[in-house]
Design a protein around this ligand. Sequence first.
Ligand code: HSE
Length: 443
Amino acid sequence: MNTVSSYPPIKVGILGLGTVGGGVTRVLARNASEISRRAGRDILITHAAARNLDSTTANTTGIKLTQEGLEVVDDPEVSIIIELMGGYEPARSLVLRALANGKHVVTANKALIANHGNEIFAAARDAGMMVGFEAAVAGGIPIIKAIREGLAGNHLEWVMGIINGTANFILSEMRGKGRNFPDVLAEAQKLGYAEADPTLDIEGIDAAHKLTILASIAFGIPLQFDKVYIEGISRITRDDVANATKLGYRIKHLGIARRDEHGVQLRVHPTLIPQRQLLAHVNGVMNAVLVKGDAVGQNLFYGAGAGAEPTASAVVADIIDVVRTLTTDPENRVPHLAFQPDALSDLPVVPMDEIETACYLRLLALDRPGVLADITRILADCGIGIEAFMQKEAPATASVVPVVLLTNPVKEQRMNQAIAALEALDSIRAPVMRIRLDYLESD
Ligand code: HSE
């Protein structure tokens, strides 16, 4: 091994040897020499805890194995704990205990950081320890480092992105191959992209965890997962995907954090975006995050958002970061949430009702005269203009016809009123499908 330092190896303990844990052991073993040259010393996993050691794909050579996370966290030989268990407990307790034991922590656990990050970072500061969480957002894309360090000179205006690989994989397969939802989801689970509970992916909760973290480091606000507006992709049909294409758009599941004159918008929902935008061409499990800063303009970050080795790439980079800074003064490290802990802002989160977006509406209307007039009257009464209109021919035997509209930008509250009025019509079959639209212009 080509070690550049006479320092003894750093010993690392790992909690969880599932998909990502397996990837971390493989990447650390395969790239040991270069990693050692970058970190300044060798990095060895010496102790690992996993629930089911029979099914692991990890390279466990030289690793002491246990089923008890506490044994690893209390191991006096270990300096860094890698938490890859996922979920809240026992992950939270083990991370807090590791910090109290004087160990640095690296985690890929976005749910944990989004919900308990404020507590964990405070505990880390008290103990003088680091918590790396690059792998918690957008898998292999080093977006935390990019925002926290590379863009630190900017006033960041917005961050938006495709931050759930499973949802993007499903929408891409529905559009490209006309596949149905359950089939594609089963494949995403097999490939190790989906969460243990895939409703977290499909219903937008995983993306909301990641958006919470991005917004915090972009704007210097506390982690506020409970204030994110969340909508998933489970109601999107193949017809919606095809309609969007016909109108010149793609449906993407976006996380959007944007400063406006009222505060900060935090929202996750399916969104129509123009086909000409680069983000529209991010397909499969790939993620992309678009960041707008006042000085830099737009930056687009693209890469694999899930999977064993892309996520391991981020975990290992954090381990190297910790090792490199082991000798630095804890007061002068990069702050966990990019801004100094006593300089966080209390920017309010804008209520969803106040946010203005254009919308795609799909209605099922009875095939009879006057229905279209009713629809346009209701929209006009609510002050909503129509940008595009598409009425699909109904099969001869059907009594309802799909009607698709694109509206002008309108406040959410007013669109909710219009949808309620449309759904109250005898001639419209509820529910009306609404998908918000973003032109992704450079404002
Ligand atoms: N289930 C997540 C996704 C894994 O599909 O993006 C990476 O966080």
